[in-house]
Design a protein around this ligand. Structure first.
Ligand code: UT7
Length: 334
């Protein structure tokens, strides 16, 4: 699916993130499985990641991120009428994490649902929120992206254990008078689904009763390097932009080698790619908002910045969004 903005102009007006306190370094991982800091840094660029406590679930880390995004937007939770939570690690299948978050935040008139699109979940969710807002069905949306993949990892499997971390982010989206989203490109290929899967997590029975994440790293690597480039290219062309127009490139933070490859193939000018995979690993749906927050904190994203985000992950899925960043003075009717 590909399309450019139409209907009301919609922007991101608030951003918040949260990660668990516990830092797990590569050196510590090397005491758990047969790996080394050297191997992990060379093959992935990851140095450390955050890991949720035993009693910490998705909504525990998503709630502070959601509150921070609302505060950043200068909104009370009750002023928001749509909450989408992108995750593959909800507290439980139901009640949904979005409904639980809405209840805790105090959102009596909200439509709330979880969205499952692997690590691309956040990009899918902002596209959905965009469509609801641009059409006038919703007035203000809170989009949460977060995962606690540490809970579904096989802690004996070095090929997946070293890659992932826990974290969450949230954005507020609402009508704006300038800037905002230019377009989206989203895709899915269930034929490649077997390369990154979580058997036993749903209604299909498997002989192996252990419900843990499984991945064919090489295949996912090949897929990732292909779709990050094709999706970014396609969306820029659809929106009548070139890579030189992009001020900040925010790819899914899965592996520094994948990011470098995509940035090189796309021709992203030096210094415009956001990389924080070294500190957080792959946080799945939390990855893009965490990278946006770091870029903004560093002063790299500000009013007028053109931001290209591209996610990819289980499904297999991928998705890009192009947005012109605005500050709070752009909010319509406030
Ligand atoms: O959101 C999407 C999520 N997933 C991804 O983005 C993953 C994409 N894939 C990757 O990032 C890379 O494929 C990995 C980082 C997972 C693996 O890197 P690679 O360069 O593709 O390594 P490989 O799978 O080809 O394995 C090379 C060697 C193997 O040993 P042999 O067979 O050559 O003796 C592995 O057993 O590295 C070994 N290996 C490790 N060694 C030390 C695999 N994992 C580890 C490890 N520490 N943690």
């Amino acid at each position: 699916m590909i399309g450019t903005a139409s209907g009301r102009r919609i922007g991101i007006t608030g951003l918040g993130v949260h990660v668990p306190e516990r830092v797990l370094t590569n050196h510590e991982l090397a005491t758990i499985v047969d790996t080394s800091d050297e191997w992990i840094v060379e093959r992935t660029g990851i140095r450390e990641r955050r890991i949720a406590a035993d009693d910490e679930a998705l909504t525990d880390i998503a709630l502070p991120a959601a509150r921070a995004a609302l505060e950043d937007a200068g909104l009370a939770a009750s002023e928001v009428d749509l909450l989408i939570c992108a995750t593959v690690t909800p507290d439980m299948m139901f009640p949904t994490s979005s409904a639980l978050l809405a209840d805790t935040l105090g959102m009596p008139r909200v439509a709330a649902y979880d969205l499952l699109a692997g690590c691309t979940g956040f990009v899918y969710a902002i596209a959905q929120a965009y469509a609801m807002l641009a059409s006038g069905l919703s007035q203000r949306a809170l989009v949460v992206g977060g995962d606690v993949l540490s809970k579904i990892l096989d802690w004996d499997d070095r090929s997946t254990l070293v890659l992932f971390g826990d974290g969450a982010g949230a954005v507020v989206m609402e009508p704006v008078e300038r800037g905002g989203f230019l377009g989206f490109e989203l895709g899915a290929d269930g034929g490649g689904g077997e390369h990154l899967w979580f058997p036993g997590s749903g209604s299909r029975r498997f002989d192996d009763p252990g419900a843990l994440l499984k991945m064919n790293g090489r295949e996912v690597f090949r897929f990732a390097t292909r779709v990050l480039v094709s999706s970014g290219h396609a969306l820029l062309e659809e929106c009548g932009k070139t890579i030189e127009d992009v001020d900040v490139y925010v790819p899914h933070q899965a592996n520094k080698r994948i990011i470098d490859h995509a940035a090189r193939k796309l021709g992203v000018p030096d210094g415009r790619t956001v990389v924080n995979v070294d500190r957080f690993g792959n946080t799945s749906s939390g990855s893009i908002p965490l990278a946006l927050a770091d870029a903004r904190a560093e002063g790299r994203i500000h009013e007028g910045s053109l931001v290209l985000m591209t996610g990819m992950g289980a499904g297999l899925t991928w998705g890009s969004a192009l947005v012109e960043w605005v500050d709070s003075s752009a909010v319509a009717g406030r």
